[in-house]
Ligand binder design. Sequence first.
Ligand code: ZN
Length: 396
Amino acid sequence: MQVLIHNASQILTMKRGLGRLKNISLLVEDGNIKRLGKIKPKANYRVIDAHGCVVMPGFVDSHTHLVFGGSREEEFAMRIKGMKYEAIARAGGGIASTVKKTSQADEETLFGLGRERIEKVTRHGTTTVEIKSGYGLLPETEYKMLHVIRRLKHRVPIDVVPTFLVHAVPGKIRRNDYMELVTDEMIPFVASRKLAVFCDVFCDRIAFSRKESKMILEAARDHDLKLKIHVDEFANIGGARLAAELKCTSADHLLVSTKRDVIAMKRSGVVPTLLPGTSVFLRLKDKPNIRAFRAARSEVAIASDFNPGSCMIYSMLKIVALACLSYGMHVEEALIGATRNGAKALGMFDRIGSIEEGKQADLVVLDVDNYMKIPYEFGEDIVRYTIKKGKIIWKR
Ligand SMILES: [Zn+2]
């Protein structure tokens, strides 16, 4: 099956910089990118008219918590009135409330919710999504979540990358006992059943210490899981440096990381991943040091962090806009962050994240005639087609 995406105003290959090409066509064969150039339609081609459109790699959302029960709009309203996150948590909100709702929901319900949400992200141009567990805390619900993510992986048209997230210490269990449960029981179980590709830990003042995070990630590495880490969202407790030391695939949040942290991550090949939706949603004052990332020539990824507490924004188009508006990232940096560098944050750049011959034809056709309109037309439905492995999976 050959598909010709004909005569696009701009194609962003993301091969070097944006890799911008003008008035050009793209031929897809058997799900892969075959050729770029001035290509005439043939009778056996399926032709997609991209005149007046920007064509770019499908968005790679490398950080989400997309499987969860319940919702937390009351917290949102309370935060706007000025209530602090800690006070909300004490009143039974925060992660604990999602843990409760996710534990109560059966597998079928969670699967249905996950599938609906994936349909929504697909409509907004996302072709690969990472999904974390972490709303179970205890084995039963954590494994239930990972089973749901595995079912989604087999049942939805986009790539799903599962991550086992060690999120918080559950109530009614001693800290040390929980650490032992995670390192000696849960990680070996998850790894042996191939329920996750990555292990992730929330390393922050309100979650796990640097020492605990190290123990968890080392146990995960011993079981051949790849590593991610939530760091420097609220307090810098040395998490970014730990990410560098352990050569994590990515370190995510990074609002209070120092210049030295940025350099250490760059030297170790850690992909720094920024989550601007969360900053806006929680109205956080700290912003990542974009200049330091630029100076270090870091390959910064951006992702949605879609979750019920701190960011209900799942559209990568909006995340690109917020990266520009809230963090001051350049439009080009944000677009590269949402595709090429997102693929790197998942260790998948050999297959996705850029438009190159032989790569998977994961593409998005946008109803704008130049790429600067992508964040500029903030909130507009500009996705005309989402294409996964050469197949149209969403069409407006
Ligand atoms: Zn997160």
